[in-house]
Ligand binder design. Structure first.
Ligand SMILES: Nc1ncnc2c1ncn2[C@@H]1O[C@H](COP(=O)(O)OP(=O)(O)O)[C@@H](O)[C@H]1O
Ligand SMILES: [Mg+2]
Length: 236
């Protein structure tokens, strides 16, 4: 693991305005995440986990504080830079898959490549390879409605990998899945970290998964309340 953090969160505060009320959702988060780490963000519903992921991905802006990604201060980035980051450097996976219903699996997976200067044939070839890696070789031309939840989540993981991101942000990936599919998805995610060396930040409130991560960051009411290291999982 390298010594330079891939993601640095400094004194991060996020307030939302609800009517005439300010809600202080993140109350000063400090966090460093290193290359190749597998981090689980754990905490009760409403503790601010999704909000923190959205700040790291640049989907939403902090009220104050900084997010630094590979040495680059995201508060200085334009919204174009942030969108470019999300499409090429960060892979995202969501609880409800966020697939486009009118598109087949292969079209969904190839979608984030559309802004790259790569011809359609090569895009589809790469998308097909990823679907095969996810064990979906017989679902390539199926639409989301024709697939199980576990299959749809595997399509969404393939999509998140299409532009070779170095950070994966994964929010409650098994929240809509049965136990068997959930375990399959967690195995795929663990392999992305252990075999493909992706840096992963995964949100869950399922305590059964905590042993998979290198580090568990517990959140409570907008703050980091605890941190636990699973030293047996770390490479060095
Ligand atoms: N856009 C928003 N406007 C107002 N309040 C929000 C918004 N997004 C999240 N919140 C509030 O912030 C708190 C944390 O939400 P969230 O980050 O989704 O928590 P978690 O993912 O841990 O369940 C909740 O109280 C939620 O209602
Ligand atoms: Mg959430």
């Amino acid at each position: 693991m390298s010594k330079e953090p891939v993601i640095e969160v400094c004194d991060l505060i996020k307030n939302f305005t609800l009517g005439d009320r300010q809600v202080n959702v993140l109350k000063g988060i400090n966090l460093q995440i290193f290359s190749g780490e597998y981090i689980i963000l754990f905490g009760p519903s409403g503790s601010g986990k999704t909000t923190l992921l959205n700040m790291i991905s640049g989907l939403d802006k902090p009220t104050s504080g900084k997010i630094i990604i590979r040495g680059e201060d995201m508060s200085k980035a334009t919204s174009n830079d942030l969108a470019e980051n999300r499409s090429t450097k960060i892979g995202m996976v969501f609880q409800d898959f966020n697939l486009i219903q009118a598109m087949t699996a292969i079209e969904n997976v190839a979608m984030p490549m559309i802004f790259k200067d790569i011809n359609l044939k090569r895009r589809l070839k790469r998308a097909k390879e990823l679907l095969c890696e996810m064990g979906l070789e017989d679902r390539i031309y199926h639409r989301p409605v024709e697939m199980s939840g576990g299959e749809q989540q595997r399509v969404s993981i393939a999509r998140s990998l299409i532009n070779n991101p170095y950070i994966m942000l994964i929010d409650e990936p098994t929240g809509n899945l049965d136990g068997k599919s959930a375990n399959d998805i967690m195995k795929i995610i663990t392999d992305l970290n252990k075999k493909s060396k992706h840096t992963i930040v995964l949100v869950t409130h399922n305590p059964n998964y905590l042993g998979l991560a290198d580090r568990v960051i517990a959140m409570q009411d907008g703050q980091i309340s605890n941190e636990m290291r699973n030293s047996q999982n770390e490479d060095n």
